[in-house]
Design a protein around this ligand. Sequence first.
Ligand code: ZN
Length: 390
Amino acid sequence: MNLKIDQKQAVQNLMELLAADGPSCGEGPVANVVKQQLLAAGCDPKWIRENVSKKRLPKEFTIGNLVIKIPGTVKAPRLMFSAHLDTVPICRGAVPVKKGNRIVPQGKTGLGGDNRASVATIVTMAQTILKNDLPRPPLTLLFPVGEENGLHGAKAFEAAEGGNPAMCFNIDGSGERGGVIGALGAIRWEATVRGKSVHAAVNPEGGVSSAIIAANAIAWLKANGWFGRINKGTVKGTANVGTLKGGEVDNQVMDNLLVTGEWRSHSPSSLKKISKVWKTAFEKAARELKNNQGECGSVEFFTASDYRSFRLKTGEPVVKRFLKAAPLAGRKAYTEVISAGLDANILNEKGIPTITFDAGNHNAHDLNEYVDIPRYLEACKLATSLATEL
Ligand SMILES: [Zn+2]
């Protein structure tokens, strides 16, 4: 089949979506644009479900996931396409303009091509299929909210809400890459470090400073290769302290300090080891710092598993379908594993085999963000090839 994408329409879809507001927790305006674009292409209002998974989302969210189920014309397993709706705060007020082969932000903002280029890709694919009445299996279009602030929409989503698709093609990311078949896992953590508060000038010997406990622990982790990039035999990953918040006044020994950070790795066993080393280092630092009464402080770790790493096998139907479709859209057929968390981590964890590809966005979360139009059009063609019977 020789697929023809209406290029003018595809670029117009993208410009409209880039101009729409939609930060994490405020995706209403962009969801409305998606709906209008699909309705204009002949989407039946009955296929559209709004506020999906809303009851499982944190209460700051104003809308839930947007899900569209397009009936199939051939008997085959249901396919899902997903692209998160939200953009990061740097994109607030973005005005997209065309500049040669690129779409760039007019002022000093990000563009929001992450992830509107991907949303536009799915909209254009659906328009192409509906306008030309192309043969296709049943399709689910999933537009999750809140990817950027913690993969919330994907976490709240249940496979049954998408009609239990056999596989999913997620569109996201920055830069040109192959089909992403693996991504790392991450753990976000908080450590409450408690010391003993005394007057800092009258009785400093009686105090136990939580600042010193944390400093000793972090310095030990850094000196021993457990901070930043970790490469210790089979244990590989990264570790970071993101924030430190503690103390009340300058003349009190600090007795309460909240340290937050994250650990990441492609391997669940590495992640386990990294977390164990960090906890032990903090506990040891707390035990070893004593005041003149022999008293010491304490540390309490709270970890929230953000997402698990995943790795699809190259023989998986979703990978095979991607590799077959890529050359039809003029893309090289290859796969790769990346060091970032995606909605795909969650969807794979939920049992929906999910591969991710890019829609031509570059420099995400940056003032130099832009969409490469030819690469974006390629993505539109790729999505359409994937969705129609190959
Ligand atoms: Zn993204």
